[in-house]
Design a protein around this ligand. Structure first.
Ligand code: G4P
Length: 524
């Protein structure tokens, strides 16, 4: 253990915001940047978001050109209250892809932003499930309190019912929309009044009442909040830090990202309660401590073709232990190749900068000419390290794919093989005829695949969407080829394992009824 390194690591907070599009992820990120002094004006991030949103999906190359922007916003490091906060972006909308899920493998905590008018939406649920599988702490921010939304008690109950996570309200709204008075803050034992210019915090007495004479104390909104707080105290879950750390209990905060109300209270508690980087398990069940002197890390995302003319790529690496120094030598475990980390980049709010040093918990980008694959481990020194493989995620979209020009078969196969290895797309083949099927979790993956095959491998492809949406694996011993029909297409994954592609849940349930003894398995 190294004291100086340990001090630095303890100050790291690496997290992602999980939410459904439009819940307010960009707006709350922007507030964090404002508080940290990284930007001076609200609207900066949003304006960039708008700019790249303008491009149609088909104009992917243009989007790629803009990747200078989106890469910068894929990871941001800001200083907040003495902490080095790393925020990792989890793209939604058309940008949703396996990378979005994999990013969650590189964080120590997640902030779940929910639109209080809508409650839990599909994308939030999917991303939550990935976080929950990892057992990382999840902090909930119920956003848009400046509008009339759903009843707070209902929103909290929904966390338990829909996501299966216990909730601990850290604060409680006193009214909402136009009638928003403020927040009854159970965690800090104070009331935070809504005030346009400055924060007003009023301490609570032993009975949980605001001390002193204030007009608002006569209002039914205040008395209702007191009653609710009493109820929560008596019937709700107790505050339990251990359960929070294990992702079993989510602290819930209310606020409005747009007006900034409640946001600072949220971030203050977040940096206080969220964990600093912890140990990482290796493939042979060893644990690597973050303050271990040996530098280690893994690649969780590769952003290709920032500049099509140069074919450059950026491999995103999560540092798991030790300290990165510019120009250091590392070994890439998969190939045992020694690589000098000369060209790296770290991500600040507004610009890409060369990294000088970084420690466990930080994310750095390595300029790559094709050495790295997703899931690769790199390390300094002699002791070889291989972290556990990143999970694969069950695709929900499938396309049949074939080369347009049969003369270009070779480049087509090479391209597919490399893009699959890189984790850009998943590959399946029909079981008997071995026709290619590609699978993805987001539409963008197909577009990137098509574009890259053409531009990097000179192979034009024909892609035809399959109506099948659900992939389920079965034990090879259970396989009977007669089980296949046009509603459940029998295929094999790239390791040769049998997988059924079902048209819909109806087809899946029909199969289950017909073959009750066969277990259907999904990836994550
Ligand atoms: P996202 O990144 O999660 O997709 O959401 P984003 O922050 O872009 O917010 C989506 C919309 O919701 C934006 O409105 C934003 O202004 C609004 N919003 C975010 N937080 C709050 C909040 O606390 N209260 C209210 N009332 N609105 C909020 P938009 O109309 O799509 O964009 P804009 O033109 O207003 O910027």
């Amino acid at each position: 253990m190294n004291d100086d390194l340990n001090q630095k690591v303890k100050k790291r907070r690496t997290f992602a915001i999980i939410s459904h599009p439009d819940a307010g992820k960009t707006t709350i990120t922007e507030q964090l940047l404002l508080f940290s002094g990284a930007i001076r004006e609200a609207g900066t991030v949003k304006a960039k978001g708008k700019k790249s949103n303008k491009f149609a999906k088909s104009d992917w190359m243009e989007i790629e050109k803009q990747r200078g922007i989106s890469v910068t916003s894929s990871v941001m490091q800001v200083d907040y209250d003495g902490f080095q906060v790393n925020i990792l972006d989890t793209p939604g909308h058309e940008d949703f892809s396996e990378d979005t899920y994999r990013t969650l493998m590189a964080v120590d905590a997640a902030v779940m932003v929910i639109d209080s008018g809508k409650g839990i939406e599909p994308q939030t649920k999917k991303l939550f499930e990935v976080c929950s599988m990892r057992g990382i702490p999840i902090f909930t921010f119920m956003n848009k309190l400046d509008r009339d939304g759903r009843e707070p008690l209902e929103l909290v109950a929904e966390l338990e019912e829909v996501l299966g996570i216990d909730a601990f309200p850290m604060n409680w709204p006193m009214g909402m929309g136009k009638n928003l008075l403020g927040l009854y803050d159970l965690y800090n034992q104070r009331v935070e009044l809504k005030n346009d210019d400055s924060e007003v915090y009023l301490p609570l007495d032993d009975n949980g009442e605001v001390e002193g004479d204030y007009d608002f104390k006569q209002s039914s909104i205040y008395t209702q909040a007191l009653e609710d707080a009493q109820l929560l105290h008596e019937a709700g879950n107790p505050f339990d830090r251990d359960l929070i750390n294990r992702g079993k209990l989510t602290p819930v905060f209310f606020g409005s990202a747009l007006t900034g109300f409640g946001v600072q209270t949220f971030f203050d508690a977040f940096v206080d309660l969220a964990p600093s980087p912890s140990e990482t398990e290796t493939e042979d069940e060893q644990v690597i401590q973050p303050d271990d002197a040996q530098f280690t890390g893994f690649i969780f995302k590769i952003q290709a073709n920032m500049n099509p003319a140069h074919r450059d790529r950026i491999a995103f690496i999560r540092i798991c232990s030790g300290e990165f120094e510019k120009g250091m030598m590392v070994t890439l475990n998969r190939t045992q190749k020694d690589i000098r980390l000369a060209h790296t980049t770290q991500f600040m709010a507004d610009a890409r900068e060369e990294v000088e040093t970084a420690v466990a918990g930080d994310i750095i980008g390595l300029y790559d000419t094709g050495n790295f694959q997703i899931g690769d481990t790199i390390y300094s020194g002699k002791k070889s390290v291989q972290f556990k493989p990143l999970p694969q995620f069950t695709p929900e979209l499938f396309m049949r794919v074939s080369p347009k020009n049969v003369m270009k078969q070779k480049s087509f196969h090479k391209g597919i093989e490399q893009l699959v290895q890189e984790g850009a797309i998943q590959l399946y083949k029909t079981y008997h005829t071995e026709e290619y099927i590609i699978g993805a979790v987001g539409q963008l993956q197909f577009e990137v695949f098509q574009y890259r095959l053409l531009h990097e491998y000179n192979a034009e492809v024909i892609m035809t969407p399959l109506g099948h949406k659900i992939a389920r694996w079965i034990d090879p011993d259970d396989l009977n080829p007669n089980m296949s029909s046009n509603r459940n297409l029998l295929a094999k994954d790239r390791f040769g394992n049998p997988v059924f592609l079902f048209e819909n849940t109806f087809a899946e349930n029909w199969f289950k009824d017909k073959y009750p003894d066969i277990e259907l398995k999904s990836l994550l």
